[in-house]
Write a protein that binds this ligand. Structure first.
Ligand code: UDP
Length: 324
């Protein structure tokens, strides 16, 4: 059985859907601080609790036959991490350590970790490969970077095999529309643009129009949420087959500007979307684009939804028919 921490969150729930459809036995641990229990298939058990709770972890590892952990649970608001770093280090780093220690104590040695391109900080070159220097520029990125370092030492000392997946910008939703993105508060570009298209917001703010990019707005690499899910499944497959620990970027290897995202959302919604040009948002690198060659070559990862319009169409289908 696979323990999925944070399995009721945006990325975790799409992995649960993907793995459940492929016959994996799953157990979700989520404190539902941001997750939605409605996002889980009815026959996937959910334990509501904190991953930092040692006695809860001991009872989970004693009660269930867990042989791997896929670890999504984390706080993920970059801006908040700057003003409330304690919350981020306590949860994303220290509570993750509790999960790793429980795994070690109960002899579970396979761990798939949600890492992030935020561990790189400002790019010194793009596309960024896994060898790019890691100099996170906010506590969120740091909290994940520390876990990567811990994993390296736990592998060396305790034989903990891990795959760290450094995501670029997760986007889209289940194409069938059963689950999708639902953050409160919402800070991500695509849902905010689409909520503006639906009239739920007056306008979308474009954070910075004076970047050194072709249209002056920031460029990001948007990756479909189910393609992320696929990579987690492949990572686990590899580790089950005896592969050593590894680190992979996950992105589409294509960059789109904020203005291009707004245009694609206008096309999906078939209406124009009001926007306001605002100051830059602190901590935003101008351009983040992945090289995902390593995941493609070594993991055998084959992204299915590489077209931004399709990613945005799935997000739009969800946004206009949300279930939670
Ligand atoms: N962005 C924007 N307006 C918004 C939200 C985001 O212009 O209301 C920009 C943001 O500055 C960044 C890009 O959209 O360049 C993607 O931001 P998001 O928060 O979705 O993801 P991040 O790149 O921070 O992980």
């Amino acid at each position: 059985m696979i323990l999925v921490t944070g399995g009721a969150g945006y990325i975790g729930s799409h992995y649960v859907l993907y793995a459940h459809q492929r016959g994996e036995q799953l157990l979700v641990l989520d404190n539902l601080a941001y997750g939605h229990k409605e996002s889980l298939p009815s026959d996937v058990p959910l334990i509501v609790g904190d991953m930092g709770d040692k006695s809860l972890l001991d009872s989970i590892f004693t009660t269930y036959k867990i042989n791997a952990v896929v670890h999504f649970a984390a706080y993920a608001y970059v801006g908040e991490s700057v003003t409330a770093p304690a919350k981020y280090y306590a949860n994303n780093t220290v509570a993750t350590l509790a999960v790793l220690n429980a795994m070690r104590d109960h002899d579970v040695r396979q761990f798939v970790f949600s890492s992030t391109c935020a561990t790189y900080g400002n790019p010194s070159y793009v596309p960024m490969d896994e060898k790019h220097p890691q100099n996170p520029i906010n506590p969120y990125g740091e909290s994940k970077y520390f876990v990567e370092r811990i994993l390296k030492s736990y592998d060396h000392a305790y034989g903990m095999r891990y795959t760290a997946l450094r995501y670029f910008n997760a986007a889209g939703a289940d194409p069938e529309g059963s689950i999708g993105e639902s953050h409160d508060p919402e800070t991500h570009l695509i849902p905010l643009v689409q909520q503006t298209a639906m009239g739920k917001r007056d306008s979308i703010s474009i954070f910075g129009t004076d970047y050194d990019t072709p249209d002056g707005t920031c460029i990001r690499d948007y990756i479909h949420i189910l393609d992320l899910a696929q990579a987690h499944a492949l990572a686990l497959e590899k580790m089950r087959a005896g592969e050593l620990s590894a680190i992979y970027n996950l992105g589409c290897e294509k960059g789109y500007s904020v203005r291009e995202v707004i245009s694609a959302c206008e096309k999906a919604a078939n209406r124009s979307i009001p926007y306001q040009e605002m100051q830059r948002r602190a901590g935003d690198p101008p351009r983040l684009v992945a090289s995902a060659a390593k995941a493609k070559n070594e993991l055998g990862w084959k992204p299915v939804y590489e077209d931004l319009e399709e990613i945005i169409q799935h997000a739009w289908n969800w946004e206009t028919n949300r279930k939670y």
